[in-house]
Design a protein around this ligand. Structure first.
Ligand SMILES: [Zn+2]
Length: 345
């Protein structure tokens, strides 16, 4: 064996011995720097190949490469062993406290609008009202004209509409056109329905109005339906929705499709009628609009107003939730802020 080969075999043996003694990741890295890195001893030997006599070069070059591979493989194996040992040492030193509380998963819940809508539906279905589905896209006739808003009627201006590409077809501005659909289905039989759903108005978004919002419409038609029936139904609703002992009051109002028309207030759920910031010191909170179905609308729905009468009411679902949970801005409902969604409902 040439002197050169003897030297690198000696280096190999020495490197293997030192590697076996390395106990930490840091010492294995130092070992790499010493032997295998570009400034390492084995690399220096490779450079020395050039000075060898030509007949020794092939065997020496081959052997150096074998040694290099051998050392690289040995380093990998040694580092894996060291990593395993270090992990075990860390685990046994720190221990695992199985009594620590885990990380709780965020659990989804129903949207506040859905919660309020479900409560409203429950209350009215207990009183014998049936949920009636009605389309969100309506003709101008059903949304306005047949509900006694003729073209040019000033009340139309309060409900700016979203128009579709089809003439006279709009996104409904209120759930009231559902009254006509329900009457056409049931006339001349008596009916009691509620119509929950989305409505759309082309208005500026503010703390009190959204472009898209939910309403629930209620309608009862029969031979002997009176204003007292409306009062009883809404009194029962207010007490179930806002708590026993609630008072309601009716204020005269105007809607084209009811006559007479009223706005309905409930005594303030925060101050109990004493007066506070939420009720603007009036002691009352407006919850919905209502009235006796206008004879023109009864006729348009297929009932003879000389024989039949009915009442209707309509309320904003978000408004009910805002009052019930003291929410002061309707925009929270559709901002999808998880903090709001988690707090309400
Ligand atoms: Zn109040």
């Amino acid at each position: 064996m040439s002197a050169f080969l003897q030297e690198i075999e000696g280096l190999y043996a020495q490197a293997m011995e030192e590697l076996a003694a390395a106990q930490t990741t840091a010492s294995s890295e130092a070992w790499y720097a010493k032997y295998l890195s570009r400034k390492g001893e084995l690399t220096a030997q490779l450079r020395g190949l050039g000075q060898l006599p030509a007949d020794e070069k092939p065997a020496a070059g081959k052997r150096i490469n074998e040694i290099k591979n051998g050392l690289s493989n040995a380093l990998q194996a040694r580092q894996a062993t060291i990593a395993q040992a270090e992990m075990e040492e860390t685990l046994s030193a720190e221990g695992i406290d199985v009594t620590l509380p885990g990380r709780l998963q965020q659990v989804g819940k129903l949207h506040p609008t859905t919660v309020a809508m479900n409560q409203i539906i429950d209350i009215f279905t207990q009183m014998g009202f049936e949920v009636f589905d009605s389309p969100e896209v309506e003709t101008d006739a059903d949304n306005f004209e047949l509900l006694n808003f003729p073209p040019g009627h000033p009340a139309r201006e309060m409900q700016d509409s979203f128009y579709t590409a089809t003439p006279d077809v709009i996104l409904r501005t209120h759930t009231s056109p559902g009254q006509l659909h329900a009457m056409r289905k049931y006339a001349p039989d008596p009916l009691r329905v509620i119509l929950p759903g989305k409505c759309y108005r082309n208005e500026d978004v503010t703390a009190r109005s959204e472009m898209m919002f939910y309403q629930v419409e209620g309608l009862a038609v029969g031979r002997n339906i009176t204003f007292s029936d409306l009062k009883g139904v809404l009194f029962n609703y207010a007490n179930q929705m806002y708590g026993e002992g609630r008072q309601i009051r009716f204020r005269k109002s105007y809607f084209p499709f009811t006559e007479p028309s009223v706005e309905v207030d409930v005594d303030c759920i925060l101050c109990g009628g004493e007066g506070c910031r939420v009720c603007k010191y009036s002691g009352w909170l407006e919850i919905l609009g209502a009235g006796m179905v206008h004879p023109v609308v009864l006729r348009n729905g297929g009932y003879d107003p000389a024989v039949y009468s009915g009442f209707a009411f309509g309320m904003g679902i978000e408004r009910q939730a805002m009052l019930k949970y003291s929410i002061d801005d309707i925009r929270y409902f559709y901002d999808n802020d998880a903090r709001f969604l988690a707090r309400v409902g």
